[in-house]
Design a protein around this ligand. Structure first.
Ligand code: A3P
Length: 278
């Protein structure tokens, strides 16, 4: 791990050059950028967006999401961005301050957020599974690193606040994992409206089917089950796929501590999320 641009990032995927590239990225008005903190359902949304835009269900389902919707800040992909056909579709886990250029464009920004307690739990398990992430002694150990922002991609609170701060100045659409989980049909339809896409009833049914947890977790091209970057004996990428799993992990003490920090960090933010912190 290395601190780059003020946040911790896992090498070998990132470099000073790749962050510089992200910072100076030239957005086009037709671009679609998915932004999220890790473990917020990014892969799920990458898949949905790519299915919505391409509607080529066979092809899309046999290609990993990180190829179809690449991360702007990952240097190892060696993408010829200028040759990507419009609308270009890509993702980022970086906070908004990396993308000052966005304000001057009509780029559509899809901002995906998840209950931070579930993000924390998902991230904890991911650290056991991903070989490129450090090991923690205990859940409590990870819990404290997370709330202090000493994990990859830095603080969830800073990330979320950074995007909420500029959200209204951008051509953006906010989706929560919880909403997508509860009402996938409605959320996908709203997303299509935001992107100016017309979905035939049959397309919508196909997207719903191919983006379900059971479908994605069993799809060899999507589930990372043969990736050398993961310790396959220590977890699964598609782990639980539910809301509220934090309740099975947080102690009363941790919950109180988290709620206090949440209040301090996001208490002033004029935005009501549809998840429950209780
Ligand atoms: P859990 O660890 O809680 O199961 P990301 O892609 O940002 O790394 O997020 C991964 C999280 O999204 C994991 O959460 C994963 O199971 C969940 N996820 C991925 N696809 C999903 C789907 N189709 N439905 C529900 N959850 C999904």
């Amino acid at each position: 791990m290395e601190v780059l641009g003020g946040i911790i990032l896992p090498l070998p995927f990132y470099s000073k050059e790749s962050l510089h590239f992200a910072r100076t990225f030239k957005f086009q008005d037709t671009d679609i950028l998915l932004v999220s903190y890790p473990k917020s359902g990014t892969t799920w949304m990458q898949h949905i967006l790519s299915l919505m835009l391409n509607k080529d269900f066979q092809n899309q389902n046999s290609m990993p999401t990180y190829i179809r919707v690449p991360f702007v800040e990952v240097s190892s992909f060696k993408i010829e961005w200028d040759k990507m056909p419009a609308p270009r579709l890509f993702a980022s886990h970086l906070p908004a301050n990396f993308f000052i250029n966005l304000k001057n464009s009509k780029t559509r920004v899809v901002f995906l957020v998840r209950n931070p307690k579930d993000v924390l739990v998902s991230y904890y398990h991911y650290h056991k599974f991903a070989k490129f992430l450090p090991n923690f002694n205990s859940f409590d150990d990870f819990f404290h690193q997370f709330v202090e922002g000493k994990v990859n991609y830095g603080s969830w609170f800073n990330h979320t606040k950074s995007w909420l701060d500029v959200y209204h100045e951008l051509n953006s659409f906010l989706i929560t994992y919880e909403d997508l989980f509860q009402e996938p049909r409605q959320v996908i339809q709203n997303l299509a409206n935001f992107l100016g896409l017309k979905l035939e009833p049959n397309d919508l049914e196909n997207i719903l089917h191919c983006s379900s947890f059971s479908y994605m977790s069993q799809n060899y091209s999507l589930n990372y089950s043969s990736s050398k970057f993961f310790d396959q004996s220590n977890g699964k990428f598609f782990r639980k796929g539910v809301t509220g799993n934090w309740k099975e992990h947080f102690s009363q003490e941790q919950n109180d501590e988290f709620n206090n920090i949440y209040q301090e960090e996001l208490g002033d933010v004029n935005f009501k999320f549809d998840w429950s912190l209780n």
